[in-house]
Design a binder for this molecule. Structure first.
Ligand SMILES: *[C@@H]1O[C@H](CO)[C@@H](O)[C@H](O)[C@H]1NC(C)=O
Ligand SMILES: *[C@@H]1O[C@H](CO)[C@@H](O)[C@H](O)[C@H]1NC(C)=O
Ligand SMILES: *[C@@H]1O[C@H](CO)[C@@H](O)[C@H](O)[C@H]1NC(C)=O
Ligand SMILES: *[C@@H]1O[C@H](CO)[C@@H](O)[C@H](O)[C@H]1NC(C)=O
Ligand SMILES: *[C@@H]1O[C@H](CO)[C@@H](O)[C@H](O)[C@H]1NC(C)=O
Length: 952
């Protein structure tokens, strides 16, 4: 008895000691402890008895009070304990992206009077949203989207007079939208709220007219994908602040209230997929409209509305099945930002004329199933036009515009920043800065973007830059961000994959993950203009340093204690086993280094080894045979690296074989890596690798043989091929497309570094092919940061910015390409008799004169025959490419588009296959007939020469 009493008082003293020692407020500690005990996977740092003092991850304190809990994407699971109410000073609760958090929100949540941010995006909460939420008078930000909440929207939310953001989307909410009545509050009272995001629920009944008033400051009204019925209330037209209105995918009927036309700030208007009747709405007054979708309603038959031509900011006009009749005016294609026009299933008739001055952003005009019987076709229009199921296609089925296009897959992905992506181990990924790491990943959904062209990579590049900037300015350890795979989903949201890469380490800790999650969940991140409202769903991050031991509450200590005794023997055995295993691995790795191709079977007939797309293995004996024992006759070039031989394969194919000489060879693994990279490059405007030989101490690369040699030879007249203006434009286009492929589509992307006329080869049809790409940009060792690139390239083509900063970007290639364009124009060397072509053109140029007054400089071969306007635009483009500063130069994708439009100006179809030109050569091909005499063609094999690599 006595003993017990002493023990008890000792215990009490001990607890008191704890309480006094602890800095964290006792109530707060109790609440956090309760959370800890109901959750799995709480951070391992949640030990001890003083969350504030001991800096428990995800818990923010001011003095001794807990003011924030931010724990996103860390795989928390369990329910939200009602003890959370004890956190009387809590201002921010963000538990987003923990799908394992389930069960209802406890009504006691209404007791946290200081709460200003309640963010539970993408969890598994269910049940009704408690009405007590209306007592959170300080609430500014309420995001409950993407959970499984049911029942109605609590009318009490109308009491949250400070509410700025209300996102209840993507739940299973039902019932009507509550408005105030007598003593019952309603959402009409939320005059300060900017965002009503209620899409993807099961809300029903009418949209109450009372909901809207001229006092409101709402900018985003998102009610899409519900079961709303009745009319669109005319009070909507009173909310002058509106910028995005989505009412699509409901069952709204009646006619569209005419005063919607008053909403001059609305940029995105979606009324599609309802049962709207009456006349087509007059949108003439909605002058800010970018994106309009009114498809699939029951409007009365109507003539083409005048606003088709007057709305100057339209990017996207989507009106399928809206009963429009009559002929489309040519003026409707002139708005400068127009990208997409979809008017399927209407009664449009007469002639389609898109004019010549339409926007160069115009991408798609889909008019299938109308009554069009003629099309004023201009040579080589670049817009995709779909006229299938129109009378015009009943006979002329073979026309391109009569086929139904495949959905275009624009596979954008953030390119590496001047570096070579690394092949990373297992779950790691190479970042845009080419470091292997475990990124935090998730999906961003943009609910109403203002654009429809997903092929414009610059818009995603600006989004990516802004993300990095926002993370970094919020002191998060973020190195880089990658965006990929933009698509439109069935909800008409723009969906993008996001990867966030850590800086400093290979992985993030929980503090960083929750910080990144919060930047996205509470909208600290503001996307660039045009993306509109977004939400993010993060995936669980599973790469914390302690993940294996990160289990939360189980009494692991006891388990360990009990296990220790029996484990020692086991551990010793294990260590021995691991040691033996590692020795074996080491031996394997060592032997692989000696023969990197050991795992490849050179004898497969399938065209090579699996890692090589298309390139095959040649034995030394084979190549010896194909080159007639490397005979002099077949020796077509040489340099410090070795020699180039022409060969004929047994199937008759001509190849050029580059044979490294002793002392120029690289290590076997490097050689293998390079072959793997080069073999992935496949484009009709890029010289491709046919195969390789790595045998008997030899390293050889086998390329396709390009018949007509270098562009330089043709321009100088040496090859005997006459290049008229038309051919030059085609060559420019081909080279630009090849280069764009290397920049944007090759995997990994490649910066050429040495664009010049001797590196553009012409095949028998005078198709341009880019050679000599890659160089040492394929050879970086990302783990050690950037290879300090010693400036490479050729004088005259060298980007001055790169020269000065040694920072290599795609834009350096664009510079070289600009010089190449001037070379095409003048047939002069970039530097001739001490004069620099860029400077000479700029000096001589006078934009007020015909052909910019450049007659004296232009190659006489083209000077007479050339359409002045296309030549001027060509000069404009060339000079844009050689802008001083890289950021002012266009990306190759734009260069390609510009050349295409120049070709159209000159009356050429950029997509037509070039006709065989051999018949029209002037004289026979009398030149050196030896395109490979030129060292540079195979200089890129030089990439595998040690001398090409800078010492670190
Ligand atoms: C809004 O539209 C109505 C009718 O269409 C018009 O009478 C009214 O003047 C407009 N209000 C504003 C503010 O433009
Ligand atoms: C459409 O609205 C504009 C004002 O925004 C007005 O000038 C025009 O008359 C209207 N057209 C019709 C047919 O009502
Ligand atoms: C196109 O349709 C309109 C309205 O139905 C009709 O008035 C017009 O004559 C038609 N035009 C042609 C070229 O068929
Ligand atoms: C988490 O990472 C950040 C930045 O890398 C660091 O400042 C912080 O101390 C880390 N937190 C813990 C608990 O390790
Ligand atoms: C996000 O949270 C921070 C900190 O609570 C707050 O200052 C900021 O205003 C919030 N962002 C928005 C858009 O509410």
């Amino acid at each position: 008895m006595m003993v017990l009493r002493i023990l008890f008082s000792l215990l009490v003293a001990f607890i008191q000691y704890l309480v006094i020692a602890a800095r964290t407020n006792q109530d707060d500690f109790t609440a956090i402890l309760s959370l800890k005990n109901t959750w799995e996977n709480v951070p391992p740092s949640w030990v001890g008895d003083d969350p504030c003092e001991n800096r428990w991850e995800g818990i923010g304190c001011i003095n001794s009070r807990v003011v924030s809990i931010t724990l996103s994407s860390i795989n928390l699971s369990g329910q939200l304990s009602s003890d959370i109410e004890e956190l009387a000073e809590l201002q921010t609760l963000d538990l987003s992206y923990n799908k394992g958090l389930t069960g209802p929100l406890p009504p006691s949540i209404g007791k946290m009077k200081k709460l200003s941010n309640l963010i539970l995006v993408g969890c598994g909460f269910s049940g009704q949203i408690p009405s007590s939420i209306g007592s959170l008078q300080d609430l500014v930000f309420l995001s409950l989207n993407s959970n499984s909440f049911i029942g109605g929207i609590p009318p009490s939310i109308g009491l949250l007079s400070k509410l700025h953001w209300l996102d209840l989307a993507d739940n299973r909410l039902s019932g009507t939208i509550p408005v105030s009545k007598g003593n019952t509050p309603g959402l009409d009272m939320l005059v300060k709220t900017k965002h009503f995001h209620f899409g993807k629920n099961q809300l029903s009944g009418e949209i109450p007219p009372q909901l809207f008033s001229s006092d409101m400051t709402l900018i985003h009204l998102l009610l899409e994908n519900n079961s709303l019925t009745g009319n669109i209330p005319s009070t909507l037209g009173l909310v002058q602040s509106l910028e995005v209105v989505r009412l699509d995918k409901n069952s709204l009927n009646g006619s569209v209230p005419p005063n919607l036309n008053n909403l001059t700030s609305v940029q995105e208007l979606f009324l599609a997929n309802n049962k709207l009747t009456g006349p087509l709405p007059n949108l003439t007054g909605m002058t800010s409209l970018n994106y309009v979708d009114l498809s699939n309603n029951s409007f009365a038959v109507s003539d083409v509305p005048p606003w088709f031509s007057t709305l100057q900011s339209l990017t996207s006009l989507i009106m399928e099945e809206t009963q429009i009749q009559g002929q489309l005016p040519v003026s409707m294609f002139s708005p400068l930002q127009l990208q997409t026009v979809v008017l399927k299933n209407n009664k449009i008739n007469g002639t389609l004329n898109i004019g010549s001055s339409h926007s160069d952003q115009l991408q798609l005009i889909d008019l299938r199933n109308n009554l069009i019987d003629a099309f004023t076709q201009r040579a080589g229009y670049s817009v995709q036009i779909v006229l299938a199921d129109n009378p015009i296609c009943f006979e002329e089925r073979t026309e391109k515009y009569c086929s139904i296009p495949q959905p275009s897959n624009t596979s954008y992905s953030t390119p590496p920043e001047n570096c070579t992506p690394y092949t990373c181990s297992s779950d790691q990924i190479s970042s845009p800065t080419c470091k292997c790491a475990n990124p935090y990943t998730g999906t961003i959904f943009f609910r109403a973007p203002s654009f429809s062209n997903l092929g414009n990579s610059s818009i995603f590049a600006s989004l990516q830059k802004k993300l990095v900037l926002t993370f970094q300015s919020n002191n998060l350890p973020v190195d880089s961000v990658s965006l990929s795979n933009p698509t439109k989903n069935l909800d008409d949201y723009l969906v993008l994959n996001l990867q966030v890469f850590p800086s400093g380490q290979h992985y993030f800790n929980r503090t960083a993950i929750s910080g990144i999650g919060f930047v996205l969940s509470n909208q600290t991140f503001k996307p660039p203009r045009g993306f509109g409202p977004f939400y993010f769903i993060g995936e669980n991050y599973g790469y914390f340093a302690d993940w294996a031991t990160g289990s939360s509450k189980s009494s692991s200590a006891i388990i360990i204690g009990a296990a220790v005794g029996g484990s020692i023997l086991f551990l010793l055995l294990l260590i021995a086993g691991v040691y033996a295993f590692r020795q074996k691995r080491r031996a394997e790795v060592a032997s692989k280094k000696n023969d990197p191709f050991g795992s490849w079977d050179p004898n497969t007939n399938s065209g090579g080894v699996p890692q090589l797309k298309g390139a095959r293995f040649f034995s030394f004996e084979e190549l010896k045979k194909y080159t007639n024992n490397f005979s002099e006759v077949n020796d077509v070039g040489s340099g410090g690296y070795g020699k180039v031989y022409r060969g004929t394969l047994s199937n008759g194919q001509l190849v050029a074989i580059k044979r490294a000489q002793q002392g120029s060879m690289q290590g076997g693994l490097e050689f293998k890596t390079e072959i793997e990279l080069l073999s992935r490059v496949h484009h009709k405007n890029v010289v491709s690798l046919v195969g390789f030989c790595f045998e008997q101490g030899e390293q050889m690369l086998v390329y396709e043989y390009i018949a007509n040699g270098t562009l330089k030879d043709s321009l100088s007249g040496r090859s005997g091929i006459r290049l008229d203006w038309m051919r030059r434009l085609r060559i420019a286009l081909g080279a630009a497309r090849g280069l764009q492929y290397l920049h944007d589509l090759a995997n990994p992307p490649i910066i050429h570094r040495d664009i010049k006329s001797t590196n553009i080869l012409l095949d028998e049809r005078l198709n341009a092919k880019v050679a000599d790409f890659g160089l040492s940009k394929l050879m970086g060792e990302p783990e050690k940061g950037h290879v300090t690139t010693q400036v490479k390239g050729t004088m005259g083509y060298l980007d001055p910015e790169y020269y000065m900063t040694q920072q290599l970007t795609e834009k350096s290639d664009v510079y070289g390409f600009g010089v190449l364009l001037l070379e095409l124009l003048t047939a002069r060397n970039p530097i001739e008799k001490g004069k620099y072509i860029v400077r000479e053109v700029k000096l001589a140029m006078d934009k007020t004169k015909e052909m910019y007054n450049l007659q004296q400089i232009i190659d006489p071969v083209i000077a007479s025959s050339t359409a002045a306007r296309s030549l001027e635009k060509f000069v404009d483009l060339a000079l844009k490419c050689v802008e001083e500063s890289g950021v002012n130069r266009p990306p190759m994708s734009e260069v390609v588009k510009e050349i295409e439009s120049i070709m159209e100006l000159a009356g050429l179809n950029p997509n037509a296959e070039s006709a065989s030109t051999s018949a029209s050569y002037e004289g026979e091909n009398k030149g050196s007939d030896n395109p490979y005499a030129n060292e540079s063609l195979f200089a890129y094999s030089g990439a595998y020469l040690p001398s090409r690599l800078e010492p670190k």
